[in-house]
Design a protein around this ligand. Sequence first.
Ligand code: ADP
Ligand code: MG
Length: 246
Amino acid sequence: MIRLTGIVKRFGENTVLNGVDLDIPEGEVTALIGPSGSGKSTLLRTANLLEIPEAGTLEIGDARIVFAPDRKPPQAEILAMRRRTGMIFQNFQLFPHRSVADNVTEGLVTVWKWSADKARAHAMDLLDKVGMAHKADAWPATLSGGQQQRVAIARAIAASPKLLLCDEPTSALDPELAAEVVEVLGKLAGEGMTMLMATHDLRLADQIAHRVAFLDGGTIVEHGPPEEIFRHPTDPRTIRFVRTLL
Ligand code: ADP
Ligand code: MG
């Protein structure tokens, strides 16, 4: 189980996350929806400790960190937690001056100290899985957005994270290219990858999410199966928001 409890994140006077509680069952996909500016990206960045919360508890598998205003966890603990996650972004964020294969091997070699040969072999397997092995030696800039995102997915799962965070993975893509990415994410979901995915893409959420969480006003307002949240929401804020998506 991956569990966020009482997560508070402020930027100056602006309290973006105001006590977020979210359980993400292992092997399931949770779609995170909510208005623009509601803190979806901040919540994902907090889940991998790119942002350090002011308060709350983060648990990923058997690792657990408690945050409090008067307690800064040691950097080693933060890095160890971060390494349990992988993340993909709206704009892919591949390393532009590295080949496709080197994008995937980079973390394995520098962080996990794999040999170059072992990392390359693993990268080729992952690129094959996302349908990108034929572009292993290409530069990212020569790829379509859908291809870049598929490489980014291969990179994000290279070190077998316990949690894959996806920040609007299809929103920069035309529908056709988005479909390639949805297919790959669906395949990972089918293999039991645990994911937390911010998205406005109803098709993506509906096709692959086991649960949908609606973030508004700094908290999770409603949380349940897609069927329930999209077709029978109960909170007035969810009802209003879901209407804007349809
Ligand atoms: P969403 O992804 O749901 O659109 P964000 O998490 O990007 O929302 O932003 C939520 C709020 O937090 C916004 O008001 C945004 O301006 C603010 N915010 C996000 N990141 C920072 C930051 N690094 N510094 C200051 N404010 C930030
Ligand atoms: Mg965002």
